[in-house]
Design a binder for this molecule. Structure first.
Ligand SMILES: [Zn+2]
Length: 453
């Protein structure tokens, strides 16, 4: 096989996001619905009730019209219906038996029941691993590469499934895992000279500080020629991407939130969607759940339907992520539409009918560092998503900023927000260091409505 070919999968990848692919997807969708109707009791019931006949399905529109969304809440209800028995629940929604499952991943379950990710060996090889290899190939990884694998190995997809899947590329895996902590990770790197770092962007950032202390040299001298990041946002934030690429002296690739992998452009273009043949991707309005037309620049809640898969055969499943899509050609010239994760449907705010996400607000505020610290709180006097304008934002001014400069600075920030995210907020200044720092997940909201009785 030609190791210079543009794609790992020359049969499928040139067809991504083309009318020809739509036909393949439609045939696969009918097959998947037929299979689920025949083998998964939850879907037998749901598809029968919907009035949809998989054999006679006319269009994607008919599918979207008749099948309602499945989300975390729907899963929670189903688990309750099954008396809290998660294995029994899975038998309801999988076209295979629990006995066929080879790997069970779960999210940590910050809100109650952990979400299960049951996978068969085929799912790992032909779906998650396949996409990982497609992306890695585009990032220039080949069989002679050595991959320092630094995702926590218990991570649901980025952990063991991706580690096993990426072996299809034939490269050497150094499975150290984030559990090993930075000292051992760096020592492994010094010994085995990995050519690719795979892990979260925050760990990559932490190693910048640790490498000189532990190995006596900067990360730029460790021999990496690519960073493959994922598992959390960050790699798509321009400041983080620039910082990491500069420190390591190589390209950073962002992966995850579905079947996405970013490309070799200096400026982040979003992640190319590499899984059209494996999963049908659509956008819906986060409030009404009505389909959003698939056009360049469209925004909405991402909804996934599996076109292949045993353990995780999902039909119109939402993880609550809000994406912005780009269907025009990418400067890199590679196939696949692109998407950026811009927020969570739970975090959405509506100010005078305009949808706003904390990530958008943070993006604007971050541009004013070092005049501000970058810490902020969005003050909510009423239960979201609706906000009575103006939206109040507490912003920390930096140590070097004088009280006399604040009024003009607030005006600059407001103007930038008005231009970029179409809101006119009220900036409430607070002193540097006065907002509580959190090491886990940054606190975003100050919910004053919770104190009102
Ligand atoms: Zn690209």
């Amino acid at each position: 096989m030609d190791t210079n070919r543009p794609y790992w999968n020359m049969e499928i990848e040139p067809l991504l996001n083309t009318p020809e692919m739509k036909k393949i997807q439609f045939d696969k969708l009918k097959k998947m619905l037929t299979r689920l109707k025949a083998n998964a009791p939850f879907y037998t019931n749901m598809i029968t009730k919907s009035g949809l006949d998989p054999d006679k399905l006319k269009s994607f529109e008919e599918f979207k019209d008749k099948i309602t969304l499945f989300n975390k809440e729907a899963l929670r209800n189903l688990v309750m219906d099954c008396g809290g028995d998660i294995l029994k629940t899975l038998e309801q929604i999988m076209p295979v038996s629990v006995d066929d499952i080879d790997y069970m991943g779960t999210t940590t379950g910050t809100s109650g029941i952990p979400t299960p990710y049951p996978l068969t060996r085929r799912d790992i090889d032909k779906i998650w691993g396949e996409v990982m290899v497609r992306g890695s190939w585009r990032a220039g990884l080949r069989s002679h590469d050595r991959v320092l694998y630094c995702f926590a190995l218990s991570m649901v997809i980025a952990g063991v499934p991706s580690l096993v899947g990426i072996q299809n590329l034939g490269c050497m895996i150094l499975p150290v895992g984030a559990e090993a902590k930075s000292e051992r990770i760096l020592l492994m790197q010094a010994l085995f000279k990995g050519t690719v770092y795979t892990g979260t962007p925050s760990l990559a950032e932490y190693l910048i500080e640790q490498s000189p202390k532990i190995l006596g040299k900067p990360v730029g001298d460790l021999g990496f020629r690519a960073l493959v990041c994922g598992g959390e946002p960050g790699a798509g934030i321009p400041e983080v991407k620039n910082k990491l690429e500069k420190a390591y002296g190589c390209r950073l690739y962002d992966s995850g939130a579905g079947f996405g992998f970013s490309c070799d452009c200096d400026e982040y273009q979003g992640m190319h969607w590499l899984g059209d043949d494996l999963c049908y991707y659509e956008l819906v309005d986060p409030e009404t759940k009505a389909p959003v037309p698939f056009t360049n620049g469209a925004e909405g809640e991402a909804v996934f339907t599996s076109l292949e898969g045993d353990g995780m055969a999902l039909i119109r499943n939402s993880l609550g992520d809000i994406h912005k899509i780009f269907t025009n050609p990418c400067p890199c010239g590679r196939s696949g539409f692109r998407y950026k994760v811009i927020g969570r449907s739970d975090d959405m705010l509506k100010v005078k009918g305009v949808m706003v996400y904390p990530s958008g607000i943070k993006g604007v505020i971050n541009e004013f560092v070092p005049r501000v610290t970058g810490e902020l709180r969005i003050v909510l006097d009423e239960r979201p998503p609706r906000v009575v304008p103006p939206l109040k934002i507490k912003v920390e001014y930096a140590e070097g900023t004088t009280p006399q400069q604040l009024e003009a600075l607030a005006a600059e920030i407001t103007e930038s927000m008005s231009k970029r995210i179409k809101i006119n907020p009220q900036i409430i200044w607070v002193e540097h260091g006065s907002l509580e720092r959190s090491t886990y997940k940054g606190k975003t909201f100050e919910k004053t409505y919770e104190n009102k009785k």
